[in-house]
Write a new protein. Structure first.
Length: 258
């Protein structure tokens, strides 16, 4: 397997990460041409989305020509539930910007036939011409989307059982541990790798081991994020604490591939 070292930028803190990541997305939106974004959820993304909302309200960018596909959604969680990713996206981005609602797509975790919903979502991405820029976080266990360790690199959008580590990390969105979902629909690893450009964002010391495994460890299913080294156009943006376990530093965002 041919590998491509990602472009890596390390900045001082989480605020600087949000600022730099937002600037990347703003660059995609500024020419007001049609663009398809892949979007992620979670605490790392919240300050990034706040900056996009501010830029939209200031008239610096518009989402009118944009479409989006979220990476994942819980199975069995209603979209209006505070713990759903639909609710997260509404709160932090969608209701504040001018992207047409029908083009803000998230898998339907309440679908009666989850396999059919996953296939439909995969087909929607293909029909849109693929994703131009895909925003990713990384789990403490190296997951991207909800592709948990062991996920096949050839996987497509599908239902998956969540690791207990993932359920623990996401428990704050639910009233108690028992109500944390056990299953989700997620874009597959191959679906993610089909994106034209990928931006992985990581902050905090709890992500340091996963970042190091993704960038410097073996490429394999034990760390799903390591699959990003099989892509030709990946940027990794992290703060000093998330980069703390990297051995080969410094990295720069100007690294070029042969």
């Amino acid at each position: 397997m041919k590998q491509y070292p990602p472009r890596i930028e390390v900045v001082g803190n989480a605020d600087a990460v949000a600022e730099r990541a937002a600037a990347t997305i703003i660059g995609q939106l500024r020419d007001r041409q049609p663009v398809t974004l892949g979007l992620a959820t979670g605490a790392t993304m919240t300050p990034l989305y706040a900056r996009l909302v501010t830029a939209t309200r200031a008239g610096l960018i518009s989402f009118r020509a944009a479409s989006s596909f979220n990476l994942d959604e819980y199975v069995g969680v209603a979209p209006q539930s505070p713990g759903s990713f639909r609710a997260y996206m509404q709160e932090h981005l969608f209701r504040h910007v001018d992207m047409p609602a029908e083009r803000a797509r998230i898998p339907d975790g309440m679908a009666a036939d989850v396999a059919a919903e996953a296939a439909r979502y995969e087909a929607q991405i293909a029909a849109a011409g693929g994703i131009d820029l895909l925003l990713l976080g990384i789990g403490t266990n190296g997951h991207i989307g909800f592709n948990e360790p062991g996920s096949d690199f050839a996987s497509r959008t599908r239902e998956i059982r969540l690791d207990e580590a993932t359920r623990t990390a996401n428990a704050g969105s639910f009233p108690d541990r028992a109500s944390v979902p056990r299953r989700a629909i997620t874009m597959g690893v191959a679906t993610i790798l089909d994106a034209k450009r990928i931006l992985l964002v990581a902050t905090g010391p709890e992500k340091a081991a996963a970042v190091a495994a993704a960038i410097e460890g073996p490429v394999g299913t034990a760390c799903p994020a390591s699959a990003l080294r099989l892509h030709g156009n990946v940027d990794v943006l992290c703060d000093e604490s998330a980069a703390a376990a990297l051995v080969n530093r410094p990295y720069t965002n100007d690294r070029r591939r042969a």
